[in-house]
Unconditional design. Sequence first.
Length: 185
Amino acid sequence: MNDEAVQLAKDGMDKAIDRLKRELARVRAGRANPALLDEIRVDSYGTQMPLKQVATVSVADARLLIVKPYDRNTIAAIEKAINNSQLGLNPNNDGVVVRVPIPALTEERRKQLVKQVKDAGEDAKIAIRQARRDANELIKESEKDGSISEDDMKRGLDQIQKLTDAEIKSVDEMLTKKESEIMEG
């Protein structure tokens, strides 16, 4: 029963970490990163499609992304989608590729991004603690109905607490790294 509870906690915590990684990848740190354009949807042949399905995105240098459409007819739609994305980017095309220069961040914008990163980290920590609570309740219920002993319950609770501490430490490390990326940008 403890193994099931620990696995339940691990799965919930892994989902929280994965969600945090995706959110951090979308935060612009002043450097070109293809993940920045992951959420952009392009109007292609009457349907909204993810940018990844209509073009390849690559990094030309630290401040420039290159978007190469699979079909040249979608180049204007790609440029329009990036312009309308609320990312503050000004793409331009040469008829073959769309170049997306990544502007340097202002100090005020850096502080906003750090706050956004901290909020995402706090959300991840809340989700991790929720997973811990669910697993702990499962173990306590098992002890109440007599399927595990009190010692097994204590061992299980300790195991889940150690897992929780490790995951929260991992979140803190990810946040520290992202904050330093943003501030150095």
